[in-house]
Design a protein around this ligand. Structure first.
Ligand SMILES: Nc1ncnc2c1ncn2[C@@H]1O[C@H](COP(=O)(O)OP(=O)(O)OP(=O)(O)O)[C@@H](O)[C@H]1O
Length: 517
């Protein structure tokens, strides 16, 4: 054998070669090469068949039918299979969408959009890891589900990575894929869901749902999440603080919650008390829903809150005597919801004696009311401690558009701004949009609350007045059979066509100007 024109044997001893080389003949090399690549391809096929078992198993069954009974039997089986699919899609569209449409669209989006740039995206955002022997590890995508609005990538983290590591790179990933927003949600130990939103469904007005006859108090449908899911608010055993700058849409949070509760109010299992220091500008249209109400006189407002404390103490004593440990709302002992709009007026701007009395009453309600069925829902513009010193007693917070970025962590807790709750960047033209915490989600979730016009509120009060107000409930503004009218606020923005088809919640929940009611 020659190396650069010199015989190998002659090079031995010159220090230029040290090893004897073995030459494998071509007739061995080529089959080995083919075998290696064939086994790799087979491994890949088996892996894909396992991942897309929804397609591979029926395909395998069809092949077996073909092999065993012939072509006609396979075609008959395929026709039946397609017919069953059509019936499923027609009869149970939501489950067909979740089980068939979303996975199929997910496969398509993965192969056409995400796969090619996944490695560079992970590399560019610093989420890959290289071992000392130069092996590169990339977080693996185990599943993709897609709707027309959001692509959800289920990702397995590398050892040592946390959901916070991925969440910190969300902005970088968003730019790689040109998404409107990217968020990260923990999916279990070592797993996250990375959501890429291609459109913003919350640009459209969210119309309220018809409330359930027996509302579920720990899951009231009040808003739409940006991925098309309903946001369910729990009011039983929680105190809710709504923070938002002027015009942020705090009213829509209050009224969508009241609407969801309204049938229970009329049935007497929920009792509302309303305090509106703005002289009734917010709560008065729904006056008939409130068993107790005060909006002008500061003394009346203080008296209402102090009466709530007295009632709470009485109930506490009664339940203790009866040995009740878990409160269940009933007509005798309803869930008492105390709604306070513009709380800052009572805690910061009112005369000192009023401030002290309000603070004393509210702190007792907030610290002891939970277990005996007293819930406080309060709205305010400025969440600073100077304005609301007992902010932390509110166990659930909702942040709408806020005046300053520093207010975000004050409302949603430390780190919420870093995890994506950019409340200060919500445009003033999109009232009712805000961020909330959802169980299991690492990041605050972006939602838009349902909007009720003044007429909607009056109609709600006329349909479901509190039992003590039935005699003077207002007359409805429209025929009970007429479709619900929604007056669109002039947001000055073109909502643009959304083109959502199969995603059920959107179809019934969002409406554009000019759409049929
Ligand atoms: N969820 C919503 N969807 C669409 N528009 C909304 C929504 N909520 C409120 N709006 C519009 O924004 C306007 C201001 O809302 P709202 O009065 O509830 O704000 P606010 O936060 O209570 O303000 P303020 O503290 O000044 O009273 C409303 O008149 C309405 O036109």
């Amino acid at each position: 054998m020659l190396v650069n024109g010199t015989r190998v044997e002659d090079l031995a001893g010159t220090g230029l070669t040290t090893k004897q080389r073995y030459v494998i003949p071509l007739w061995v090399t080529i089959p080995l090469f083919l075998l290696k690549h064939a086994s790799r391809a087979a491994g890949w096929l088996i892996r894909q068949a396992r991942v897309y078992w929804g397609l591979s198993v029926p395909a395998l069954v069809l092949l077996m039918i073909w092999a065993r009974f012939g072509r006609l039997a396979a075609i008959t089986a395929l026709t039946w299979w397609l017919l069953l699919g059509l019936v499923w899609a027609y009869r149970w569209p939501a489950s067909f969408n979740t089980s068939v449409m979303q996975p199929c669209r997910g496969v398509w989006r993965w192969w056409t959009t995400y796969r090619r740039r996944w490695h560079p995206a992970m590399d560019g955002t610093g989420l890959t890891r290289t071992t000392p022997d130069r092996e590169v590890y990339v977080p693996a995508v185990t599943r993709v589900r897609s709707t027309r609005v959001v692509d959800t990538l289920h990702v397995r983290l590398l050892h040592g990575q946390t959901p916070a590591d991925v969440a910190a790179r969300a902005e970088g990933l968003r730019h790689v894929y040109g998404a409107h927003r990217c968020s990260v949600i923990e999916d279990g130990p070592g797993r996250v869901r990375v959501l890429f939103y291609s459109k913003d469904p919350l640009r459209r007005l969210v119309v309220p749902q018809v409330p359930a006859a027996a509302p579920v108090l720990n899951g009231l449908p009040v808003a739409l999440v940006e991925d098309g899911e309903l946001f369910l608010l729990c009011v039983k055993g929680r105190h809710v603080l709504i923070a938002g700058a002027s015009g942020a849409g705090k009213g829509s949070v209050i009224w969508s919650t009241v609407l969801a509760l309204a049938p229970a109010v009329a049935a007497g299992t929920v009792r509302l008390r309303g305090v509106d220091p703005k002289g009734g500008m917010e709560l008065y249209p729904g006056r008939a829903l409130f068993a107790e109400y005060a909006d002008e006189d500061l003394g009346d407002m203080v008296a209402l809150l102090e009466r709530a404390v007295a009632d709470m103490n009485n109930r506490k004593r009664r339940l203790k005597a009866a040995g009740v440990r878990v409160f269940t709302p009933s007509v005798e002992d309803p869930l008492e919801v105390i709604l306070v709009d513009e709380l800052a007026f009572l805690t910061a701007y009112a005369p000192k004696d009023v401030k002290l009395k309000v603070a004393a009453a509210l702190q007792v309600l907030l610290s002891q009311g939970r277990a005996v069925g007293f819930t406080v829902i309060a709205a305010l513009q400025d969440p600073r401690k100077e304005v609301l010193p007992f902010r932390d007693l509110f166990t659930y917070r909702i942040a709408l558009r806020l005046a300053e970025d520093s207010h975000v962590d004050m409302v949603l807790g430390d780190g919420a701004l870093d995890r994506g709750a950019a409340c200060h960047l919500i445009p003033a033209s999109l009232p009712g949009i805000g961020y909330v915490h959802v169980e299991g989600a690492h990041e605050p979730v972006r939602v838009r609350f349902a909007y009720l016009s003044d007429d909607d509120i009056v109609d709600m009060a006329s349909q479901w007045p509190a039992p003590e107000n039935r005699d003077w409930a207002p007359t409805p503004t429209r025929d009970a059979d007429a479709p619900v009218r929604v007056e669109l606020p002039d947001t000055g923005e073109d909502a643009g066509p959304l083109g959502l088809g199969e995603s059920c919640p959107f179809r019934f929940w969002t409406r554009r100007e000019g759409d049929d009611a």
